[in-house]
Design a binder for this molecule. Structure first.
Ligand code: ACO
Length: 334
């Protein structure tokens, strides 16, 4: 498969670290130095579904396709507006698509897992064009009284349309059970016939330092394995795009693999951690910066609850449309 089009949608509201200082016992300095985050987008009038639809429409337009050209829609989200139906089903009508729709749950690694599934459908001939939408509203999962987690997350959606081609050079997925490291219990109604469990509260619970260690080691391992399968070193990739969880994780992986900082764009300072939407939104920013050129090799890597992780190598062959070149987004480099 190869990527035919890419889209992105963000809530209008930016919430700065200074605003969080009003809400929590925290400081801009702590958040910046420990995470690299300056601000994040938080939904106000938007919903996860509206962001997903917006990003999907942009990806289809960028691919020069319509919803009727799609053979499959795959959604990834930690928590959509509804527990069911799936986010993929919720956007189908808005895209005027007539194809199977399904959500795939691999937490922050969802986009990489979805690329693998899309490739399997396309390689087997079961689908020609697949839309992947990674849409997240983590502001609704976060426990806003927990300063150790709520400062990290943001909302947003990234989408790609993939079709037949030779763009995927290699992919590696992994998972190992580790609920205690990072989880959110499901919101559940009490049932009169079932003894209640827990205190009924839900929200992200995380052992930050263990997650940090998992993220660095799994990302480095996955990227090395994917690069080896593609017959190259990670440091030879033109661009290395990591899940935007923490700037210090990104820098640790960069140092471990000897990647040039100028090859590792980041947008965590503006968007925070947006779970599975993070990698496609960073790819969108790179594409719109005009820096990504046909023939470039991209290494993508993500990790998240499960614990899941995955990486892939992609050859980019899509020219940047001329009108996009004036819309460069601010990227930092690791
Ligand atoms: N503001 C001020 N102080 C804080 C804050 C805050 N927002 N949060 C925690 N602290 C305090 C703690 O209470 C602690 O204080 P103490 O020393 O008096 O006990 C101190 O800061 C240090 O806390 P640590 O948890 O040890 O801080 P650490 O350096 O580990 O940084 C962080 C925490 C940023 C969460 C880090 O561990 C991390 O980034 N881990 C990875 C998290 C991650 O990537 N999660 C998502 C991955 S998967 C996904 O995307 C869903």
């Amino acid at each position: 498969m190869k990527i035919l089009g890419i889209g992105r949608a963000l809530p209008a509201q930016a919430v700065t670290n200074a605003q969080l200082e009003q809400l929590l016992d925290t400081t801009d300095e702590w958040i910046r130095t420990r995470t690299g985050i300056h601000e994040r987008r938080i939904m106000q009038d938007e919903t996860v579904t509206s962001l997903a639809l917006d990003a999907a429409r942009k990806a289809l337009a960028d691919a020069g396709l319509t919803g009727r050209d799609l053979d499959l829609i795959i959604g990834t989200t930690a928590l959509g507006d509804d527990l069911f139906p799936s986010i993929a089903c919720l956007v189908q009508q808005g895209l005027e698509a007539d194809c199977p729709c399904v959500d795939l749950h691999a937490a922050c690694t969802g986009f990489i897992y979805a690329l693998d599934t899309a490739d399997a459908y396309i390689s087997s001939g079961k689908a020609k064009n697949v839309l992947i939408i990674s849409a997240e509203g983590l502001s609704r999962v976060t426990d806003w009284s927990d300063r150790g987690t709520c400062v990290l997350f943001g909302d947003g959606a990234g989408a790609v349309v993939v079709g037949q081609g030779e763009g995927l050079l290699s992919i590696r997925l992994a998972a190992q059970t580790g609920r205690e490291l990072l989880y959110s219990a499901s919101p559940a109604q009490p049932c009169p016939y079932t003894p209640s469990e827990g205190d009924g509260s839900w929200g992200i619970r995380m052992q930050g330092q263990d997650v940090f260690r998992f993220a660095v080691s799994s990302s480095a391992k996955d990227l090395q394995a994917a690069a080896e399968e593609a017959g190259m070193q990670v440091a030879q990739a033109d661009w290395v795009l990591l899940h935007q969880a923490n700037m210090r994780i990104i820098q640790s992986v960069r140092q471990r693999l000897g990647v040039d900082p100028a090859r590792m764009p980041t947008n965590i300072h503006r968007l925070g951690n947006t779970s599975s939407a993070s990698v496609p939104m960073l790819l969108y920013d790179l594409y719109h910066s005009g820096l990504l050129q046909p023939g470039h090799t991209l290494a993508l890597s993500a990790f998240g609850a499960g614990m899941t992780s995955g990486a892939c190598l992609i050859r980019w062959d899509k020219p940047v449309p001329h009108e996009l070149r004036d819309h460069a987004e601010t990227l930092f480099f690791a």
